[in-house]
Design a protein. Structure first.
Length: 550
């Protein structure tokens, strides 16, 4: 497999990728049938979200059995074939490990509910009266993070849905159980792992009320987190595999340690600070226009510090939990194609490993649902009712969901312009945007100037140029809010990346010297001519290469 610094990783959400058996739900055989398409992108790894046995209250992130496949998605034989067929095409499978919590349907939790002390210690149970939770911590999905069990006269912690009980990582037996899960899938040929909200696994020694917030400051990047990760990696032998940790409410200092190879923890980290620049007062469900100056500052800080201290970023806009980026920070109408390409350029030329979420390479947009009945996500439905309780009208609450819901990323992959977008022969489990009539694989394959073909070029450039893989980074135009620009430098080569984040033409405060440059890629079909680049058109991106610098 390719080194992760030269690699690009493609995320598949199986339920919405491709339905092979006509039941309206994507499945593992659907991924197998589309492997040649994924290979055509040039990516090196496929990260799949979970398809293990689960009640699916949180679309598979509530795992009931880490070693069994949910019949809705297929069989173990299907998974083994997927791993093998991807390998034949030079791609490795990355599996999603949800180790902060299990489903309350998990055998371990069911034994805990019966009062078995061994399995109660697999989770976090606390004493307390029926009306008084142990702390005032709030669940990520709304409401208390504690649930009372009358038969035990105890509360259990669930940082997410009430059916997702947090595991007790202080218990060595829990850690051994989870290591065995890693070994099981490694033996099956899995080439990498993504660890879900892994920086939440180490809880505080003392549980107390949070007088300043929802409790996350007590359990994010907890006291034993680095110790636990080192142990997990060392004891499972995955130190030479590609690994990425999803880090919730993390900080730069910890991510430098998580991803520094000397620490022997993870290859890289997901952090989400740059995807909160349109959160009013830092709140996901309060809308505001993106703060581009803050966006640029966050990218610069994380990139520069990771470079200084030998850390590594996962660079991305989209995943199964985020709205579609072209709807969020681009223009899904007048400048749909230009803005989607520009946003791709912004991250694919950065120092780090790029991730693409299915459909992002097509410029897929938010769903545009107009009724709460169209939503499926537990978080979105919970918050719809919370927003109504806070005094918002139905129209206002739906507007918020229209921009923030995780369902925006979970609508079916748009393969063609047919009734169900080529995803299924039956009505899908969740609705499809009308724009699949022109945003789809079939049409974009036929258009040399498509967003799809632009992504292929970006992926190919990373493989071709060491300066993109390994080059140092320096940021430009810090004071010009609408321009996101930077240089990559390696061995006498200089890569210059300039992006207009807005729909207006921009005059560069400092013109770009184009003398002797080669234009590697740009989202307007033009040659960069002359000695100077002085203006950028709406959402324009330009990537220039200078060679043989002294």
């Amino acid at each position: 497999m390719a080194d992760f610094k030269s690699s690009t990783i493609y995320q598949v959400y199986p339920k919405s990728f491709y339905d092979s058996n006509g039941d309206g739900i994507g499945d593992i055989r659907g991924i197998i049938e589309k492997l040649d398409y994924i290979r055509s992108l040039g990516v090196d790894y496929i990260w799949s979200t979970p398809f293990f046995v689960s009640p699916l209250n949180d679309n598979g992130y509530d795992v009931e059995d880490y070693r069994k496949i949910h019949p809705l998605f297929g069989t173990m034989a299907d998974v083994e074939e997927l791993i093998a067929e991807a390998g034949k095409r030079g791609m490795g499978l990355m599996f999603d490990m949800v180790f902060n919590h299990t489903s309350t349907h998990h055998e371990w939790f069911q034994k805990a509910l019966l009062g078995d002390p061994e399995y109660m210690d697999y989770y976090i149970f606390k004493d307390g009266g029926a009306d008084t939770p142990p702390t005032n911590w709030q669940s990520k999905f709304g409401g208390s993070a504690w649930e009372y069990v009358p038969s035990l006269k105890k509360w259990y912690l669930h940082l997410f849905d009430v059916t997702q009980a947090d595991l007790n990582w202080e218990n060595p037996r829990v850690r051994e159980e989870l290591k065995d899960v890693i070994r099981f899938w490694k033996d099956k040929g899995v080439k990498g792992f993504r660890f879900d909200v892994v920086n939440l696994i180490s809880k505080p020694e003392v549980y107390e009320d949070d007088t300043q917030g929802d409790g996350k400051r007590f359990y994010s990047d907890g006291p034993h987190i680095h110790e636990y990760l080192k142990e997990l990696v060392a004891d499972t032998g995955i130190g030479d595999m590609v690994t990425v940790g999803e880090m919730s409410a993390t900080n730069l200092e910890n991510c430098l340690r998580y991803s520094n190879p000397d620490e022997k923890e993870l290859s890289m980290c997901f952090n989400f600070h740059h995807l909160k620049v349109d959160y009013k007062d830092g709140k996901k469900w309060e809308l505001m226009k993106p703060d581009y100056q803050e966006l640029k500052k966050l990218f610069e800080t994380w990139q520069t510090e990771m470079q200084k201290q030998n850390g590594w970023n996962a660079v991305f806009w989209c995943n199964h939990d985020q709205p579609r980026i072209v709807s969020r920070m681009g223009d899904e109408e007048k400048y749909w194609k230009e803005s989607a390409k520009m946003l791709a350029t912004c991250v694919h030329m950065l120092r780090g490993t790029p991730y693409i979420f299915q459909g992002e390479e097509l410029g897929m947009t938010n769903t545009g649902y107009s009724n709460i009945s169209e939503y499926r996500d537990v978080e979105s439905i919970n918050y719809y009712h919370i927003l109504l309780e806070e005094g918002k009208t139905q129209e206002e609450a739906l507007e918020v969901l229209g921009q923030r819901s995780r369902d925006n990323s979970r609508s079916p992959m748009q393969w063609d312009a047919g009734t169900y977008a080529g995803f299924s022969e039956s009505k899908p489990w969740i609705g499809i945007p009308d724009n699949h009539s022109y945003i789809n694989v079939t049409m974009e394959e036929q258009d040399p100037d498509s967003i799809l073909n632009y992504y292929r070029k970006l992926i190919q450039l990373r493989k071709q140029y060491a300066v993109i893989q390994e080059g140092a980074i320096e940021f430009l135009y810090q004071e010009q809010q609408e321009v996101f620009g930077y240089k990559r430098l390696l061995g006498g080569q200089e890569l210059l990346v300039v992006n207009n984040l807005t729909g207006q033409e921009v005059v560069l405060q400092t013109p770009v010297d184009c003398g002797g440059c080669e234009c590697l890629i740009g989202n307007y079909q033009k040659e960069v001519s002359g000695d100077w680049l002085e203006t950028l058109q709406s959402y324009e991106s330009v990537v220039l290469l200078k060679k043989n610098l002294q």
